[in-house]
Design a protein around this ligand. Structure first.
Ligand code: NAP
Length: 316
């Protein structure tokens, strides 16, 4: 009998909640959470599907007959290189319209707040300083996206009617209505030279890791603003702080960090030009995500193509 194991790094209560939702969405399957796998008597060798949320690498080791792995998270950087996960086993990542919508709302909120100088006015209120500059309208503001995938696409859809001058950079060439698109190294250099608000929505791969460092910041116009809602390891923290202190960057909005929770002594916490969020831009919704994972498991069982399979060589 083939079975499904749920392997996560969540606490036991959260893992049980996921297990219940997945079981409800897949009543025809037997789903066992990794934490209580041993007492069930199900043999690890009989499990052919794993549903995972950043499990400990060792947790996958007993399941040597996996034929499909579904991630409950959108980012899969912790899974792609795992020695305990065979490269020939299809690995699907989560693409959930509810998550895309949440990201679009977060990005739109950050872009509008930066565009309208909210952080500067908050500092003015704190210091009782009445100061204003001529205002810019959205069509006079360039917003550039690093990455033009699911989440950037949803964000662009929400920003477009506001009239921003939108740009975007991806690995392969793309055509998106109302967006000037770029690809490749030359394309990146051209785009960065014109971007006032830069939004990072790249996956974390060996190519994109530490990309948001001094050389990239230097290519932006002086006083540009950066929003990182992708992964903390995209940013070289010390170089971001230096760019803020030198005035090359005016503001940074950070939702993700290399170490999470961000250690309480990290300089980001107290920096006047950093707005910090505890990885809340687009959280996985267990209800919608369970249904999406279930649909993919059913496709796998029926021999149909599974959606959103990760390309192991690209890393996303
Ligand atoms: P996606 O659909 O895979 O899109 C990735 C985009 O990045 C694609 O346009 C891809 O180009 C581009 N890209 C990848 N490597 C590149 C490179 N070396 N050079 C240029 N472009 C490159 O990913 P997504 O679903 O939008 O998610 C993006 C990331 O958001 C996730 O990986 C995750 O880390 C993060 N995330 C954060 C949160 C949060 O709450 N903060 C929530 C969910 C996800 P092509 O189109 O040419 O392939």
């Amino acid at each position: 009998m083939a079975g499904i194991v749920l392997l996560t790094s969540l606490d036991a209560a959260a893992e049980e909640r996921w297990c219940g939702l997945l079981q409800d969405a897949l009543p025809e399957e037997t789903i066992v959470a990794g934490a209580r796998f041993a007492p069930t008597g199900v043999a690890a060798g009989d499990v052919d599907v794993a549903i995972v949320a950043n499990p400990q690498p060792v947790a996958l080791a007993p399941f040597t007959n996996l034929r499909f792995v579904q991630s409950l998270w959108a980012g899969v950087e912790k899974l792609v290189g795992l020695p305990t996960l065979r490269r020939d086993v299809p690995l699907a990542r989560l693409v959930d319209p509810a998550m895309s919508r949440a990201m679009a709302e977060a990005v739109t909120a950050h872009v509008l707040a930066l565009h309208r100088d909210h952080a500067r006015f908050a500092r003015g209120q704190r210091d009782r300083v009445w100061s204003k500059d001529p205002q810019k309208l959205a069509h006079q503001r360039t917003v550039g996206f690093l990455g033009l995938g699911e989440l950037a696409g949803a964000s662009i859809e929400l920003l477009t009617p506001l009239g921003f001058d939108l740009r975007g950079w991806s690995r392969s060439p793309k055509t998106i209505a109302g967006v000037a698109t770029f690809h490749g190294d030359d394309g990146l250099a051209t785009m960065l030279g014109e971007v006032e608000i830069l939004v990072n929505l790249l996956p974390l791969t060996p190519t994109t890791e530490r990309m948001l460092g001094r050389p990239l910041f230097q290519r932006l116009p002086r006083g540009a603003m950066v929003v990182n809602v992708a992964r903390g390891a995209h940013v070289v923290d010390a170089e971001l702080l230096a760019a803020l202190d030198e005035g090359q960057l005016a503001e940074a909005v950070l939702d993700v960090f290399e170490v999470e929770p961000l250690p309480t002594d990290h300089p980001f916490w107290a920096h006047p030009r950093v707005q910090l969020f505890p990885h809340v831009a687009a959280q996985t919704d267990p209800v919608t995500a369970s249904r999406i994972a279930a649909a993919n498991v059913r496709a796998f069982r029926a021999g149909r193509p599974v959606a959103n399979v990760v390309d192991r060589s690209r890393g996303y």
